[in-house]
Design a protein around this ligand. Structure first.
Ligand code: ATP
Length: 289
């Protein structure tokens, strides 16, 4: 059993989408997707400690609920009910991942909660069992449990691990707006013919370690909805390309934009220049994990 004096810590990493395609709208309102997911080095920190009873969440982020609306709470409650845990837990969230940004921050916190509590309570659950529980909290949670480079299909829960993506530096820019994932999917006209990103080609380029092949195939169909609503996204993409990015794309449902650079110096220079233009509220120079 875990030492109750010493809290257990678990990092929750953000993701970007190197490719995001929507195949069709399902009858239950979900969408069938094909996404190339990639963990990046931006993370929240969760700490867990046993308590007498109940689930108590604290956070340094004033914007987030700490009640049952927090995905951490949903994940902890589901695990407690499934495994018959009678003890309580206190969870503290140190938030760094931009919120409502297309970086799966909430899903990653839920994934970290499942991983952290499995360890805290010494639960005999496999990663696969944890992923099966995770999808009940959110479609991206199973991927967040797995992490790394992966192809996500179905509603996001059918995962195929891929070879690590080629090394590069990433500039992540989050404009000062929040975008609702639900709004974006609801406004995507799935009956319309649009250009689909080359997801299979992207997977092949990753397998071959071909960075140019990856950047050539960056594509996200959700840009069709989010960019017309928030043109600042297109401006940031253009600025990143002007400042030497070999490719640039919106992540998830947005509004976060990332640019791929061959060196950290280039990414840092672009970051400094973009900061001066005042287009982004949060900027990070990071890499694939
Ligand atoms: P995705 O990329 O999966 O669409 P996102 O990055 O767009 O996710 P999140 O930051 O995960 O969006 O959060 C979306 C909403 O979920 C927010 O409005 C927030 O209030 C709610 N939420 C609940 N729990 C959390 C959490 N632990 N972290 C962030 N958001 C949370």
């Amino acid at each position: 059993m875990q030492d109750t004096e010493k809290p257990l810590a678990q990092r929750a990493y953000a993701k970007i989408n190197l490719g995001l395609d929507v195949v069709r709208r399902l009858e239950n309102g979900y969408h069938e997707v094909r996404m190339v997911m990639q963990t990046v080095g931006i993370s929240d920190l969760l700490t867990f400690a046993e308590a007498e009873s109940g689930i108590r969440i604290t956070t340094d982020c004033g914007e987030l609920p700490v009640d049952e609306n927090n995905l951490i709470y949903k994940a902890a409650r589901l695990l407690a009910e499934t495994c018959g845990i009678t003890k309580g837990v206190s969870i503290h969230l140190e938030k760094h991942i931009p919120i409502a940004a297309g970086m799966a921050g909430g899903s990653s916190d839920a994934a970290a909660t499942l991983l952290g509590l499995r360890e805290l309570f010494s639960l005999e659950l496999t990663d696969e069992q944890l992923r099966e529980l995770g999808v009940k909290v959110g479609a991206d949670v199973p991927y967040c449990i797995m992490g790394g480079t992966a192809l996500a299909e179905g509603i996001g829960e059918v995962l195929t691990p891929l070879a690590p993506a080629p090394r590069c530096s990433i500039l992540v820019a989050k404009p000062g707006i929040q975008v609702s994932t639900r709004y974006v999917y609801e406004h995507l006209d799935a009956s319309e013919a649009w250009e689909h990103p080359d997801i299979d080609g992207m997977c092949a380029a990753i397998a071959a370690g071909d960075l140019a092949g990856v950047t050539d195939r960056l594509g996200n169909v959700l840009e069709r909805v989010t960019i017309p609503a928030y043109p600042v996204i297109a401006r940031i993409k253009e600025e990143m390309l002007d400042m030497g990015a070999t490719g640039s794309l919106m992540s998830g449902s947005g509004p976060t934009v990332f640019g791929i650079y061959e060196s950290r110096e280039q990414a840092q220079t672009a970051c400094d220049q973009l900061a001066q233009k005042g287009l982004a509220e949060q900027l990070f120079v990071t890499e694939f994990i």
